[in-house]
Write a protein of this length. Sequence first.
Length: 141
Amino acid sequence: MPATPVPLVKPEGKYHHGNLRAALIEAAAIILETEGLSALSLRAAARRAGVSQTAPYRHFADREALLVAVAMEGFHMLAEDLDTASLPIAGSDRETVVQIGAAYARFATAHPGRFQLMFGRDIANRRAYPDLVHASEVIGE
């Protein structure tokens, strides 16, 4: 049975959202890719997810915390891509390195806003988020 995607709009008349945190991260990622970082706010993510403008504060202290969550999800996505690319293949170590480089390029092309967020300087105080630092180090930033 295929996985059901997280709905971006809360059904009418329902108070609880299901997985609000995941919906807000997904909404933020869409805004980041379609409108850019300057358009991304907790309020915009809430609007996109179909929840009240105060709902994000149950999961994120501020905009930067939401950005960190989007970046963290990106590092997990990229790590999966890199794991797949580095599986043993017929050929040399050189071919494996080429496949890993191609995985980075595919990810950057498919998710340019998220890639910039992950590797750029838009998250001012990365050291305040040890999980983010660890995730970036794991994939060899």
